[in-house]
Write a protein that binds this ligand. Sequence first.
Ligand SMILES: Nc1ncnc2c1ncn2[C@@H]1O[C@H](COP(=O)(O)OP(=O)(O)OP(=O)(O)O)[C@@H](O)[C@H]1O
Ligand SMILES: [Mg+2]
Length: 220
Amino acid sequence: MIIVVANSKGGVGKSTLAVHLAAWLAERGHAVTLADCDAQQSSSEWAREAAPGVRVVRLADADEILDQLPALSDEAEFVVADGPGSNTETSRALLLRADLAVVPCKASMLEARALAQGTNVLRQAQDIRGGPPRAVIVLSMVGKTYRLTRDMRDAARGLHLPLAHTPLTLRQVYADAPGQGAVVWHMAARGRDAAAEVEALFAELLPELPARRRPADACR
Ligand SMILES: Nc1ncnc2c1ncn2[C@@H]1O[C@H](COP(=O)(O)OP(=O)(O)OP(=O)(O)O)[C@@H](O)[C@H]1O
Ligand SMILES: [Mg+2]
């Protein structure tokens, strides 16, 4: 399964979500490859430290993505691809190969208004492929006092895109995680609430996932 974390807007939480999802799947015993498709290469460096069980590859451009993703997908159970913040051709290539597109969006009125533009490439890919990839919008960096979730819900509904029930809230522990080479559930007590949140989100995004495997199963 190829899961692409994509939004043509920068700084919305793509790499944060991608590294946590790859690490979470690997810790559940799955064979996971993280495909870092962003020229900044921040997620691959972070994942090497935070998730040693994850294979990390870098795909430099749209051609490499189109050519190499199918083989990478054959070699692993899950490929989690971290998309770039601005390169449309890279996003397009990813969405033409994805089974599932996870689209993190900051929760604000401005972002709700920009959602149509930000998901344009996704709609083109779904049109070309006659349906796929399945896509889910995830609200990210939601402040405790945020009351505009309804605007984002309305915007998503207008575009016929489902919105994940579980948002990722704005927490310092997410911002500190890359510097510590860790994922939030390995950051002791201060990561506890964030850990519960990402667990709930990932279970929601992948409802068909079997219960946690025993380590012995993972080695077969
Ligand atoms: N839920 C959160 N709470 C607090 N800070 C966050 C959260 N999610 C991400 N951040 C921080 O916000 C910044 C942007 O996040 P991230 O790098 O994941 O976004 P991105 O979409 O991958 O950005 P780019 O488009 O530049 O690749 C980072 O400094 C990250 O640590
Ligand atoms: Mg990024």
